[in-house]
Design a protein around this ligand. Structure first.
Ligand code: NAI
Ligand code: MG
Length: 493
């Protein structure tokens, strides 16, 4: 599918990509209606290849294959340790093909090759972590009244529908396949329509890793059609979704018809709080990374930057100087610091917010424009003098746009940080241990960082308060979402 690159030159060559099939029941197939849609290179707006578009019929075939694998195939008889071994195989194969996958990810998603290589390390680590869990998922014996023996079994939920976004295609795949397969479920996954390539390559590797036919099925297509078909299908037991909360609302309503279990990871408008007693150098670099990592296309992006008023001038000046120097360009060039946004739609959304910010009276300190005339690049943008109720301070922009919100004290900033319907992440920069722990306790967010940002590990629970999500991914916490707990009671006479 792509050319392998062993060494790491400054600029890698674009991969050669074939037309993309669907992966159903262990076979690569065309869509039943023979429909396709284009995969786009966001750095150039050119078509990479055509991709098979799954409809409800294809989804039905995938669900039947997944159900068969779950209930009568070899998967059902596979020992837990052997499920783990297959996941270890997949991790090894991913590691062997890491450079090839990183190039493909960068090419299709627009993330820099450096970031894509970093993601691949996370993918491998996640698969290994859950490989290790496969034979450690245990029930308990429970003391009960009377002469009975009661114990619990943790069993797979069943056929799991997994719908992922385009910002971290491979990492989101690993976060979802890892625990689902460790727990013995089977999977029907839909990749994001913007990034249909790397997940299909992972399907090939899953086959090579020894997963029986039907355990993993991978579909491509749009949300309103392919995604909706997965959610509505009565043969699917659970939905795991990452994306926008408006999409999650649609999913939850449709899933209600068969009371499917749902877990959601839904983004945020995360407060990043800078106190005057911070290490300024470290905090400027941290605030920069918090918002501009992957062009702001991160669910945890530090997009509400609260800066203590007495250092605001110096802090924002330093941030603006850095922003103006950031190197935008070809994501396959290892010296590039920021690639394009993923799509025209996302670029237009971001530029729309920039316009609203200016109209509502915020002060533009840096950026604000599209970069270049080709591809979907947006300049790193800073707004100062932002009021809490401006659209740029309330809405998830999902781009390289940060709102600076001045504050004076800890109580005030905690209240304002929590004044949002989101609650995914939050960070504080201070040398004062009292402030750090008070903030960590009081802020309503699933992840809190002290003097760091975007430190996400496969071993630590990840998810959101409020409208940032439901349930947790990563760590041990996710396992309860991929298992059903069964109580068995025996009469001992
Ligand atoms: P989205 O939520 O529409 O799409 C995410 C995934 O859900 C894609 O695979 C899509 O095809 C699927 N989907 C869309 N509508 C569906 C439906 N009715 N039923 C089932 N599946 C459906 O997000 P989109 O449109 O790509 O981006 C819009 C905004 O969402 C972004 O600007 C950003 O604010 C947010 N977002 C948050 C992400 C996160 O990491 N939490 C990731 C991607 C987007
Ligand atoms: Mg959408």
């Amino acid at each position: 599918m792509t050319t392998a690159t062993a060494e790491k030159p400054r600029t890698v060559k674009p991969p050669v990509v074939k037309e993309q099939p669907l992966f159903i029941g262990g076979k690569f197939v065309d869509s039943s209606a023979n429909k396709t849609f284009p995969a786009i290179n966001p750095a150039t707006d050119e078509t990479i290849c055509q991709v098979a578009e799954a409809d409800a019929t294809d989804n039905d075939l995938a669900v039947k294959a997944a159900r068969k694998a779950l209930e009568s195939g070899p998967w059902k008889k596979t020992d837990a340790a052997d499920r783990g071994r297959m996941l270890y195989n997949l991790a090894d194969l991913t590691e062997q093909h890491a450079e090839e996958l990183a190039v493909l990810e960068s090419y299709n998603c627009g993330k820099t090759i450096t970031d894509a290589r970093g993601d691949l390390q996370g993918v491998v680590r996640t698969l290994r972590y859950y490989a290790g869990w496969a034979d450690k998922i245990e029930g308990r014996t429970v003391p009960v009244r009377g002469n009975f023996l009661s114990y619990t079994l943790r069993q797979p939920v069943g056929v799991v529908g997994q719908i992922i976004p385009w910002n971290f295609p491979l990492l989101m795949l690993a976060w979802k396949w890892g625990p689902a397969l460790a727990c013995g479920n089977t999977v029907v996954m839909k990749l994001a329509e913007q990034t249909p390539l790397t997940g299909m390559r992972m399907a090939e590797l899953a086959l090579e890793a020894g997963f029986p036919n039907g355990v993993v099925n991978v579909l491509n297509g749009y949300g309103e059609t392919t995604g909706a078909a997965i959610v509505a299908h009565p043969g699917i037991d659970k939905i795991a979704f990452t994306g926008h909360f408006e999409t999650a609302k649609i999913i939850q309503k449709s899933a209600a018809n068969s009371l499917k279990r749902c877990t959601f990871e839904l983004g945020g408008k995360s407060p990043n709080v800078i106190f005057a007693d911070c290490d300024m150098e470290q905090a400027v670099a941290g605030a920069f990374h918090a918002i501009y990592f992957h062009g702001g296309q991160c669910c945890t992006a530090g997009s509400r930057l609260f800066v203590e008023d007495r250092i605001r001038k110096e802090f924002t000046q330093r941030l603006a100087d850095k922003a103006k120097k950031r190197k935008l360009g070809d994501p396959l060039d290892a010296t590039t610091e920021q690639g394009p946004q993923v799509s025209q739609e996302q670029m237009d959304k971001i530029l729309g917010y920039v316009e609203r910010g200016q109209k509502q009276g915020a002060k533009l300190l840096a950026g604000g424009k599209r970069h270049g005339a080709k591809g979907f690049f947006v300049e790193p943008t800073i707004f100062d003098d932002v009021k809490d109720d401006m659209a740029i301070a309330t809405d998830e922009i999902f781009g390289p746009v940060v709102s600076v919100l001045p504050f004076k004290g800890i109580d005030e900033v905690i209240e304002r940080a929590n004044n949002t319907y989101y609650g995914l992440a939050a960070a504080i920069w201070t040398k004062d241990i009292d402030k750090a722990h008070t903030f960590a306790r009081e802020v309503k967010a699933g992840t809190v960082w002290v003097n760091c940002y975007h430190v996400v590990d496969t071993t630590t629970p990840f998810g959101g308060f409020k409208m940032s999500g439901q349930g947790r991914e990563n760590g041990e916490a996710v396992l309860e979402h991929y298992t059903e707990l069964k109580t068995v009671t025996i009469n001992l006479g």
